[in-house]
Design a protein around this ligand. Structure first.
Ligand code: SF4
Ligand code: SF4
Length: 321
């Protein structure tokens, strides 16, 4: 992978941005909740076969007032960016455009992860254009060959001032034709920065990944391949939970955006499990203790945690690098 492409990957790779900006984020006593993920709603209009959130109560969502309250509360804590994601599908929240305008006006940098069913429907310029830095569109059907790849072109046309990425889930039944159809659009569209082929998180798919790597890899430098072989034990002091927590549509703060699968084993209930709750959003503060990640057997942020711990450690012989 081109090193620049690691700009678009939040987990599993070396956290370069953390290393570059650590002076703003980490001190001996505190970690700033710098980038917060919000799931505005658990509602979803997709039916992805591999959905790892399929056990959520789809009627739950944050109110417009709570969303504004989250922006106000976290601005005081030093948060600089929000990722609006799910959980559910963020564009299913009626107040999303209003919240984007509010948070943008308050100075936050915004990213949105969407399945594109709404934002990729028409190709008209969307209200979020000029307010969101990036949008990542997840492909909801990568297996049947029936996916309308032009949805990606319409979404990119609707957000001409944003950088668009694509997330393509790879299973062992992956349809290579769908991937190639998308690749044509990725290659020919200026504001599409990358297509990330992500291995199914629950049922690993090494054969599917190998097929996709072989066919798509040589075509474009915009390809990113993300395997899911992480078996790293979570940290007992999970400092990631203070740096980039996730707020569920149920109003609770969770330590990371991967709580639905990190326990490993076969006991998935495809929800955000209660034992991961850290606080209600309005009770979260810079003195909230870090989450105990001893229950996590598949931590994708192991490197982040080691580096955060290292940045707060006084090492001896500091000039002997
Ligand atoms: S779009 Fe996301 S939340 Fe909705 S069904 Fe697909 S994977 Fe699940
Ligand atoms: S998987 Fe566990 S230890 Fe790792 S970042 Fe998430 S909550 Fe923390």
């Amino acid at each position: 992978m081109r090193l620049e492409n690691e700009s678009f990957v939040g987990s599993t790779v070396m956290p370069w941005k953390l290393l570059q900006r650590h002076g703003e984020l980490v001190s001996k006593d505190e970690i700033v909740p710098y980038c917060v993920q919000i799931f505005p709603t658990f509602k979803c209009n997709g039916k992805c076969r591999w959905c790892d959130y399929r056990g959520l109560d789809r009627s739950v969502e944050l109110t417009a007032g709570e969303l504004r309250g989250i922006a106000d509360h976290f601005r005081k804590l030093g948060t600089r960016a929000f990722v609006l994601s799910g959980g559910g599908e963020p564009t299913m929240h009626e107040g999303l455009d209003e919240f984007i305008a509010y948070a943008h006006g308050a100075g936050f940098h915004l990213g949105v992860v969407t399945n594109g069913l709404k934002w990729g429907a028409r190709g008209e310029v969307l209200p979020a254009n000029g307010k969101v830095v990036w949008v990542r569109m997840s492909i909801i059907d990568t297996e049947t060959g029936k996916y309308d790849v032009k949805r990606l072109a319409r979404l990119a046309a609707g957000l001409p001032d944003a950088e668009i990425g694509v997330s393509f889930t790879v299973t062992n039944a992956v349809d290579v034709g769908t991937a190639l159809g998308l690749m044509d659009i990725v290659e020919s569209t200026g504001n599409i920065t990358h297509i990330k082929f992500v291995e199914d998180i629950i049922n690993f798919a090494p054969e599917g990944m190998a097929r996709i790597r072989e066919t798509c890899g040589p075509i474009s430098e915009k390809c990113i391949f993300q395997d899911r072989l992480s078996r790293e034990q979570g940290a007992e002091r999970c400092l990631v939970s203070l740096l980039k927590p996730t707020i569920g549509a149920d109003g609770y703060v969770y330590p990371c955006g991967c709580v639905q699968f990190v326990r490993g084993g076969d006991d998935y209930d495809f929800t955000m499990p209660k034992e991961f709750r850290m606080a209600r959003w309005n009770e979260f503060s810079r003195s909230t203790p870090p989450f105990n990640g001893a229950i996590c057997r598949r931590c994708p942020f192991d490197r982040h945690n080691r580096i955060l711990a290292g940045l707060r450690t006084e090492f001896k012989h500091e000039r002997f690098i």
